[in-house]
Ligand binder design. Structure first.
Ligand SMILES: [Zn+2]
Length: 162
């Protein structure tokens, strides 16, 4: 460098600064190259791991879709059975009681009657008092009982607690 080819000391100083700057840049690029090489080494393993994870997720999604379709099919079949059963049951209910039931059902979100189970109305969860239960116990079997709270037809069962 300093062999008389560059006569101006300022030029020499500038060239030395440039050389230093280029050396630093080379060093930086070597670091980057190393980083990239490391990433290239780990990339295939990471790709394989992600591909396996994706395949697992795809299998799970397929299982869930199959399960959903199966459940939906069962529900549709059950609904058809229940609709048929309801028709048979309704045909045995006196007209005025059926009309009352339908009226309450329309007002109460599709549930016109509720079982009295363990001293509780299963329609609204009201727990009946001992006096109410006593009255119910004495009522004739064909008397239509109503829940004081939700107004639904209260159906006595073997689990009523009376
Ligand atoms: Zn109730």
């Amino acid at each position: 460098m300093d062999r008389g080819l560059v006569s101006n000391p300022k030029d020499l100083e500038r060239m030395q600064q440039e050389l230093g700057s280029l050396s630093r840049r080379i060093s930086e690029l070597e670091d980057v190259e190393l980083e990239v090489m490391e990433q290239l080494e780990t990339a295939p393993a990471e790709h394989a791991r992600l591909a396996e994870q994706l395949a697992r997720i795809d299998r799970r999604a397929a299982e869930l879709v199959a399960s959903r379709d199966s459940t939906a099919g069962e529900a549709t079949s059950q609904a058809a059975t229940l609709t048929a059963e309801r028709k048979v049951t309704a045909s045995g209910v006196p007209g005025d009681l059926l009309a009352l039931y339908e009226k309450i059902r329309a007002q109460k979100g599709g549930v016109g009657a509720a079982a009295l189970r363990a001293r509780q109305c299963s329609g609204c969860s009201l727990e009946l008092t001992a006096a109410d239960l006593g009255g119910i116990a004495k009522a004739p079997a064909d008397e239509v009982l109503r829940c004081e709270e939700c107004n639904r037809i209260l159906v006595r069962t073997s689990e009523s607690g009376i």
